[in-house]
Design a binder for this molecule. Sequence first.
Ligand SMILES: Nc1nc2c(ncn2[C@@H]2O[C@H](COP(=O)(O)OP(=O)(O)O)[C@@H](O)[C@H]2O)c(=O)[nH]1
Ligand SMILES: [Mg+2]
Length: 327
Amino acid sequence: MFSFLKNLSPEPASEKPAGWITKLRSGLARTGSQLTGLFAGGGRIDDDLYEELETILISADVGMDATRALLADLRHRVKEQRLSEAAELKDALAHCLLKLLKPLAQPLHAPAQIQARKPFVIMMVGVNGAGKTTSIGKLAKYLQGQGLSVMLAAGDTFRAAAREQLMAWGERNKVTVISQQGGDSAAVIYDAVQSAQARNIDVVLADTAGRLTTQAHLMEEIKKVKRVISKALPDAPHEVLLVLDANTGQNALSQVKAFDQALGVTGLILTKLDGTAKGGVIAAIAHINRGRAHPIPVRFIGVGEALDDLRPFVAEDFVAALLGLDE
Ligand SMILES: Nc1nc2c(ncn2[C@@H]2O[C@H](COP(=O)(O)OP(=O)(O)O)[C@@H](O)[C@H]2O)c(=O)[nH]1
Ligand SMILES: [Mg+2]
């Protein structure tokens, strides 16, 4: 029924590992079933239906502003297309959501572009527990799958366990991990960039310690880390990825603002979409992007803790999963 979504998907279905869409769907099932229930009622489109939809969207972490914008767009489409049945509203919502989310789907640069700037340095930042280190492990696998050589930098020097965790991901991926006992984050990453240059490595994935945006001294420290990286290599870091736990709801928006202000975030990784995430925060992020001179794309989404559980963000798949559309 919603084949227009599938036809627009840039990634051929055959290249999507089985199970990954299923994980995203089951992660977003709560929102999906609420929406399905709403539209299956069989009634007509009226103010009550819009009101119920508004409640579902807000409780799915879409946020007030994005919900309002989405509903205005939806009402406009309903009028334009002369829709009257509740069942027709689902298709219209899919259309409006896709329009909102589509600009977020800008994948990381192609392998050839990455190699042209080697070592391409990717710095991972975010709050504690967001999934930075795990995402580095998964990203190492993804990039190696694209034919790129990878090195990891254990830039989370605050806890010994963090270094060990990254070492384990290095072993799983059979890639070198640069770490120092007792060194500071900037020094470790500087060292890794130089080492990658010497060894002709394509990509350096730099881990950093988690921090709250309210910890001013730690936000200053991460700015320093970025400055030091650029001393090792003038254009680096080429990518600053902010890792967001999809379960943090509207707080994700303030994390985007604060980390972007401090570092100039070039992309997002939204993790834990396999859990009990409501998923709507992505619409809220897309909405704030509309007012930005430099919109921040969602590069990847995380749907689990295993090596293969990181995929480029594809707006069509996300909308289908969020709305519980037929496969
Ligand atoms: N279910 C699920 N768990 C995740 C995902 N990404 C990370 N985690 C888990 O979240 C926890 C924190 O991850 P970690 O990478 O250590 O976060 P960091 O503090 O930002 O480095 C770990 O238990 C990870 O296994 C994901 O996409 N899905
Ligand atoms: Mg970590």
